[in-house]
Design a protein around this ligand. Structure first.
Ligand SMILES: Nc1nc2c(ncn2[C@@H]2O[C@H](COP(=O)(O)OP(=O)(O)OP(=O)(O)O)[C@@H](O)[C@H]2O)c(=O)[nH]1
Ligand SMILES: [Mg+2]
Length: 301
């Protein structure tokens, strides 16, 4: 491991919401670490995914999608978490979606143009959705005029297409270095944090369009007892009506959320889990800096 050719460093994954950043990190790690969903703005916190091999340790930084219209304190928090990840990394992956190019993509590119000091790889994700892959070439040529990308790599994070090639290109750009984290470590986040995220993901999945934007999850109890994790989670919404939606008819929705979250927690922690889930109303939390801090939305950098 002390071989002088060992490489290590940080890789930030940035892009507008919903392009597949978290899906990509999970694919690279070969493990579900970050939550994903069809809805934009799923990721709210910066989270590290660490991949260690014989020859390298690459630390991937998943970030909230950069977006430019939200005014609430939580939006500001999310943008700060994303923007600060551009600094202090060795490589940046700028993820976009296939042939789509939106105003938000252009704004992310502007940020890179003014702030990025390290190589940027342009990643065109979701190519599995393209009917004609030949359309990619003119699109790539157009984008390459706007920025001197180190590489342009079309991939499908969901299907795993071309992701190994992407990793090879990343590795070439990495500096030599020692292990930064212990080799078995997967993330910088606690099991408690990951448990809350899994409950939030299941809410995103089960609620679809009915999902209140202002929903968050806090773990009240996280206890290890012999062969079992005893976890108690509270879902915070901002109004009574939202509480009823989350609970669902006869409590069915909340039950499904709890069951799905528990199954994935058991996989992630490799241990039996006893999970209880409650719903509480806490008015105005998403636009209140103090409440945000209490709920774990603190700047980590
Ligand atoms: N067809 C297809 N869908 C994908 C691919 N990668 C991601 N998706 C889907 O795109 C949606 C968004 O994925 P996420 O990984 O949550 O996107 P994100 O960029 O992390 O989004 P935010 O956290 O909101 O910024 C999910 O429904 C994914 O399943 C892909 O390669 N192909
Ligand atoms: Mg995400």
């Amino acid at each position: 491991m002390t071989d002088s050719t060992f490489k290590s460093g940080y890789v930030a994954i940035i892009g507008r919401p919903n392009v597949g950043k978290s899906t990509l990190i999970n694919r690279i790690l070969g493990q579900k670490l970050c939550i994903t969903s069809r809805r934009p703005q799923t990721t709210r916190h910066r989270i590290l995914g660490i991949k260690t091999s014989e020859a390298s340790q690459l630390i991937y930084v998943d970030t909230p999608g950069l977006h430019f219209d939200g005014k609430r304190a939580m939006n500001r928090y999310m943008n700060r978490a994303a923007a600060s990840s551009i600094e202090d990394v060795d490589v940046i992956l700028f993820v976009i979606e296939g042939l789509k190019w939106t105003d938000e993509d252009a704004k992310v590119l502007e940020r890179l143009q003014s702030n990025a000091r390290v190589p940027v790889i342009l990643v065109l994700n979701k190519v599995d959705k393209l009917s004609n892959k030949n359309d990619l070439l003119p699109h790539i040529a157009e984008l390459a005029k706007q920025y001197d990308f180190a590489h342009v790599v079309p991939i499908s994070a969901r299907k795993g297409v071309n992701v190994e090639q992407l990793e090879t290109e990343i590795l070439k750009l990495m500096p030599e270095g020692e292990l930064i984290f212990p080799e078995e470590q997967l993330t910088d986040r606690s099991s408690r944090f990951l448990a809350a995220e899994l409950v939030r993901e299941k809410l995103f999945r089960h609620l679809g369009q009915e999902l209140p934007y202002s929903i968050t999850v806090e773990i009240e109890e996280f206890k290890q007892e012999k062969e079992l994790y005893r976890i108690s989670a509270v879902i915070y919404v901002e109004r009574d009506g939202q509480k009823n939606i989350v609970i669902g008819k006869k409590g069915e929705l909340l039950k499904s959320v709890g069951k799905d979250a528990r199954i994935e927690m058991e996989q992630l922690f490799d241990c039996k889990v006893f999970l209880q889930v409650w719903v509480k109303v806490r008015d105005g939390w998403s636009d209140n800096e103090r409440m945000l801090k209490n709920l774990g939305y603190t700047d980590e950098l």
